[in-house]
Design a protein around this ligand. Structure first.
Ligand SMILES: Nc1nc2c(c(=O)[nH]1)N[C@H]1C(S)=C(S)[C@@H](COP(=O)(O)O)O[C@H]1N2
Ligand SMILES: [Mo]
Length: 509
């Protein structure tokens, strides 16, 4: 490519990069999620059709967010390259393109569910900085964009290299500074009360004696994380409140101290994501500490379950996310919680600090609202939650599943004594049996770890004499009602994956 056009295009790229980075710093100071890249990214998440989102989750897993951010930056810089390239010919078109880009970012920011009053500012700064920078950087001698007739193929001057390189370095430094500002500091801490009626420690027997199986309790740091937030909300507990409202006799609102003063219970509950593929990682078990949702709804005057399947509780998070839970699931005996503690500590920021919903027996997308701030009793036909609008099921009952944790799929093993093991779950119904099949052999019953309660997964293992060759190992579970897990393969959308987990191993001596 002609060096003059390349220089002009590069000017556009570094000018836009500097504008975006400056906006990131301003956003860090006024409203982090209004940063142009993050605001556009969030709008893209919300607008992405469900099949595309499912494909992205299946393909990239939890790397989908960095990949999204990278794509937003890439597209922005490509358009900025165009703005730079046309500038020598048409400064007006160039400036207009940059302003349109910034305006789109500003719109993305102010159209978020919970915008702040200064959310337009970062995009405004981006526009001013990018346009001014491009004006300074642009070659003004009209030498770029040569026509076929009169082009002495230009070259890039030393001065330009220094100016472009310097601006690029400044953009990276500024962007890094903004990012550091956003993530600086530690999350606020809460002094959690103890449970009013503490749970005894789990019996050792919930864990079976076989290495390689997921620990019964998932450490907070290894607990899967799924949400739509590009920046996990950092909630200041002093500014936080929980409202219980809607079709209740007397709605109310609580501050964090009032919530923490209520009787607290502890419960061991396995939480999993509807987007988990068969054999997938989006599941974990924790000891949650919190206030029963039943107590909160009773305080609002709902002392009895109307048993009306048309009623939902629409819960809202501080970032405007909405999740829909059947009212009965928050009133019945399963013991749903507004949780404030997870495995002996306050909720980590990524898992919903300071308070979240945890509903046993339901997938997270219909029962586990993080950064919870509002519970509204309403009818399903009066308000639609985020995922309901995107075609996901309203009945989010967890489907029976078993997963092989060891040996790992595709592994090579030595022949001889080994163990096949993993976890199985059917929250609400419990696990009654787990069976394993090697190749075409008959099903064999695995040994189960103790059942902590029906809302937790169960570990299982089966000793195996591995013989040389390639083997397919399949597992299936039977729930506490005697229903055998279906082998019919279903994708996670719209109500959770089904099918048996199968792995292949090679045994070589
Ligand atoms: N505010 C908010 N809460 C949310 C979500 C979300 O996107 N935003 N995702 C839900 C989904 S789909 C799941 S599976 C669980 C995951 O909880 P975890 O990240 O603590 O494992 O949170 C639920 N709560
Ligand atoms: Mo989920």
């Amino acid at each position: 490519m002609d060096a003059r056009i390349l220089t002009a295009a590069t000017s556009g790229v570094v000018a836009a990069a500097l504008g975006t980075a400056a906006a990131h710093v301003v956003a860090a100071l006024v409203s982090p999620s209004a940063s142009p890249v993050l605001a556009v990214g969030s709008q893209v998440i919300d607008a992405t059709p469900t099949p595309v989102k499912e494909w992205a989750v299946a393909t990239f897993g939890t790397a989908d967010k960095p990949i999204l951010i990278g794509s937003v930056i890439l597209v922005t810089l490509l358009l900025a390259a165009l703005a730079g390239a046309v500038r020598p010919r048409s400064p007006f078109a160039s400036t207009a393109l940059l302003i349109v880009l910034a305006a789109l970012a500003g719109a993305a920011a102010v159209l978020r569910p919970t915008p702040g009053i200064l959310d337009w500012l970062p995009a405004f700064v981006a526009a001013v900085v990018a346009v001014a920078t491009l004006d300074v950087l642009s070659p003004s001698d009209g030498s770029a964009w040569p026509t076929a007739r009169d082009s002495p193929r230009g070259s890039i001057t030393r001065r330009e290299v220094v100016a472009l390189g310097g601006t690029a370095v400044a953009a990276v430094a500024l962007g890094g500074a903004g990012q550091a500002l956003i993530t600086r500091g530690r999350a606020p801490t809460l002094a959690l009360p103890g449970p009013t009626d503490p749970l005894p420690p789990l019996p050792a027997g919930v864990s079976v004696r076989a290495p390689g199986i997921s620990p019964f309790i998932t450490a907070n740091g290894s607990f899967y994380r799924i949400d739509t937030a590009l920046l996990t909300p950092r909630v200041n507990p002093a500014d936080w409140s929980l409202s219980v409202d809607g079709e209740v006799p007397h709605g109310f609102s609580l501050g964090i101290d009032e919530l923490l003063a209520l009787p607290m219970v502890e419960r061991d509950i396995t939480l999993n994501c509807v987007s988990n593929e068969v054999g997938g990682p989006y599941i974990g078990t924790a000891r949650w500490l919190g206030v029963p949702t039943r107590d909160l709804l009773a305080r609002a005057g709902l002392t009895e379950d109307p048993r009306n399947p048309d009623l939902q509780v629409l819960s809202t998070s501080t970032d405007g996310m909405t999740i829909s839970t059947p009212l009965s699931a928050l009133l019945d005996d399963r013991g749903a919680l507004v949780a404030v503690g997870m495995n002996g500590t306050q909720l980590p920021q990524a898992h919903g600090f300071p308070a979240r919903l945890v509903t046993p027996g339901l997938y997270g997308f219909v029962g586990a609202t993080k950064w919870l701030t509002r519970l509204t009793v309403t009818r399903y036909d009066a308000a639609r939650a985020y995922w309901t609008e995107r075609g996901w099921a309203t009945d989010g009952t967890v489907r029976t599943q078993a997963r092989i944790d060891t040996p790992r799929d595709g592994r090579s093993l030595s022949p001889g004594a080994t163990a096949i093991g993993g976890v199985a779950w059917a929250q609400g119904r419990g696990i009654g049996r787990v069976e394993v099949r090697v190749d075409g052999d008959p099903w064999r019953r695995a040994t189960l770890g103790l059942e902590a309660n029906v809302d937790c997964w169960r570990q299982w293992y089966l000793p195996w004499e591995a013989t040389p060759g390639r083997h397919a190992i399949t597992v299936r579970a039977t729930d506490g009602t005697g229903a055998v897990q279906t082998d019919r393969q279903a994708s996670p959308f719209p109500a959770g994956a089904t099918g048996w987990h199968q792995i292949t191993v090679t045994v070589t001596d």
